[in-house]
Design a protein around this ligand. Structure first.
Ligand code: ZN
Length: 349
């Protein structure tokens, strides 16, 4: 079972937090996959949700990606994307997430004939109701697939122009090694001219050179993962000096074998080095846990005390893009005050 029932989350896991590294396609749980497949007349090559859950015990990155892209076939209509996002937001809320900056992969959908407008309109419907329904504020970040061409990324950016009122920024994801950031220099320049914020996956599997490129060639404000940054002291100095946040995803690192066990995770060394670290869930349906589960897992494995957990929560709001207006600054200040006022419950931790 990929999702052996997780321990009930204690107060250390439920501290108010922002989730900044979350692929909405990676939140598709087996139950919803079957529901959407039935709705759309699609037959999944699995007998039932348990068989599909077993398939989520993928052996490596490639088998994960194969399953990930195969299951996207059930996402066709605006309603499907709305259901996907709404299910995530309900789960996130139950794990202490107060604000979510959500990635989506337009090219994974347009390549199979689903229009970008369908994706954005569907996701937006769920996001627009999220604060009222789940108490979670949201932003949407459009990611380019780095194993696709720069031309395809540029076409995607062009196609997104009618929807930029609902998209705060651009990101870069999928297979890192062999697909350096420099390939996307022009796309990121064009995105910047459109007023979009910039993030990119870098230093997950790739060496620190990938992080340097994300900073110097793409001009990112946040690095997604950046796990291998510690290998380069000059890079650490740069990230610390410029207060560039890293969106770490500990359970993802273990499931994708980037590290063997959580006890080996460099989070504490990274925090001690002065890096602005945050803890996120990446593709939670596939990697065994949502944001609170990740807080729980690293909290246990690395014996993080309450002050470390509070620092991670504080960093998540500081690193968020809640700075686009006076109202957003006010909201961020309120979230930060919630973090400072949060009382851990000694009985459950
Ligand atoms: Zn990711």
């Amino acid at each position: 079972m990929s999702h052996a029932p997780l321990a009930p989350l204690g107060s250390h896991a439920l501290i108010p937090k922002a989730e900044l590294h979350l692929h909405i396609e990676g939140t598709l749980e087996p139950e919803l996959a079957f529901e959407l497949a039935a709705r759309n007349g699609i037959t999944l090559p699995y007998a039932d949700t348990e068989a599909l859950r077993t398939a989520y015990l993928f052996a490596d990155l490639q088998s994960f990606l194969d399953l990930y892209y195969a299951l996207m076939a059930v996402l066709i209509t605006e309603d499907d994307f709305e259901a996907l996002a709404d299910a995530y937001l309900a789960r996130a809320a139950a794990q202490g997430v107060r604000h979510a900056e959500i990635f989506f992969d337009p090219q994974a959908h347009t390549a199979r004939g689903v229009a970008l407008g369908t994706v954005v309109e569907g996701l937006s419907r769920a996001l627009a109701r999220s604060q009222e329904r789940h108490g979670v504020t949201t932003k949407l970040i459009m990611c380019f697939l780095r194993d696709q061409s720069a031309e395809s990324a540029m076409e995607t950016l062009e196609a997104a122009k009618p929807y930029l009122d609902r998209i705060v920024g651009v990101g870069l994801d999928s297979a890192e090694v062999g697909n350096p950031a420099s390939k996307f220099r022009e796309v990121y320049e064009a995105a910047g001219e459109l007023g979009l914020r910039k993030v990119a996956h870098a230093g997950e599997e790739g060496d620190p050179g990938y992080v340097w490129e994300a900073l110097d060639v793409l001009g990112v404000e946040r690095v997604d993962h950046g796990l291998r940054s510690l290998e380069d002291p000059e890079l650490v100095a740069r990230l610390v000096r410029d207060r560039i946040p890293l969106t770490l995803c500990p359970m993802s690192n273990v499931r994708l074998r980037t590290i063997d066990v959580l006890e080996d995770h460099p989070l504490v060394a990274m925090m001690d080095a002065g890096l602005v670290c945050t803890v996120n869930s990446d593709d939670p349906a596939y990697f065994g846990g949502y944001a609170g589960d990740n807080f729980h897992a690293v909290g246990e494995a690395l014996a993080l005390d309450h002050e470390r957990l509070r620092e991670l929560a504080r960093n998540s709001f500081v690193a968020s893009f809640l700075d686009g207006s006076a109202e957003e600054e006010e909201l961020r200040a309120r979230y930060l005050a919630e973090v400072e006022a949060y009382a851990f419950d000694a009985a459950t931790d």
